[in-house]
Design a protein around this ligand. Structure first.
Ligand code: F6R
Length: 243
């Protein structure tokens, strides 16, 4: 697609179409996986607009976020809890008890990751997992070298990710948390459908590695070549390295 705005609009319409077509109800919830970061912001804004126009309801939608930093207070402006509440959840009719974000302050982080996997299973699996990728091809916080069958776990972040995210921490890399909780590649691969949003020339190499070379754990997003129903929604600049 042309640019990031068109990608946002397209992605929001796709979500709306999937949710409304499913016709969720109290006994039949639609399960959505969600990313944070800069890329999906436009999509969230559009979804809020569609909600306000009465075109979509999130009342019977259950969500699972991809990841959360370890050790950032929940109300820290850079925590993914804070992001999700401010950029999306508080503006729509979602049931707060059904909007799941990993707890990066849980006393037992390993147990928290296991709990999250169980919750996804109990919800019947994810219908549509939306993701974003880093310039190094990471999806969620599955950094280069992550197992392609990984599950939700504690992950130490790669230097590239700290570097890419420092803009959210006053450009001070020492303030970026060193660890995060993240769904695994395998967790996302289990979703019935996956939609990955990729915008900007700085992601062009990652997109080329994702779709034009072999499956490789050094570019974890390439795993989705082996997923039956994955869609990459890209703007033109992200496609510049494609052959
Ligand atoms: C977000 C996530 C990451 C980001 C990626 C791109 O929950 O898990 O994979 O999608 O780091 O971030 P932005 O969109 O800020 O370029």
């Amino acid at each position: 697609l042309e640019d990031a705005d068109v990608v946002a609009d397209w992605a929001a319409r796709f979500v709306m179409q999937r949710v409304t077509q499913f016709a969720p109800g109290p006994q039949r919830r639609f399960v959505l996986g969600l990313p944070t970061g800069g890329t999906p912001l436009g999509m969230y804004r559009k979804l809020i607009q569609f909600y306000k126009e009465g075109k979509i309801s999130f009342k019977y939608v259950t969500t699972f976020n991809m990841d959360e930093y370890v050790g950032l207070p929940r109300d820290h402006p850079e925590s993914y809890h804070y992001y999700m509440w401010n950029e999306f959840f508080k503006h729509v009719d979602i049931d707060p008890a059904q909007a799941h974000v990993l707890d990066g302050n849980a006393p037992d982080l390993v147990a928290e990751c296991a709990r999250f996997e169980r919750l996804i299973q109990d919800a019947g699996g994810v219908h549509l997992f939306i993701g974003g990728i880093g310039p190094d091809g990471h999806i969620a916080f599955n950094e280069p070298g992550s197992s392609l069958v990984s599950r939700t776990r504690v992950k130490t972040l790669a230097y590239d990710t700290l570097e890419a995210n420092k803009r959210f921490f006053g450009n001070d890399i020492s303030k970026v948390p060193r660890q995060a909780l993240t769904v695994g590649v395998g967790t996302v691969m289990d979703a019935k459908e996956v939609m990955i949003l990729i915008t900007g020339g700085h992601k062009a190499l990652a997109l080329a590695k994702a779709v034009e070379e072999g499956v490789n754990h050094m570019w974890t997003v390439s795993a989705f070549q082996q997923h039956a129903q994955t869609l990459f929604v890209c703007d033109e600049s992200a496609t510049l390295e494609l052959r």
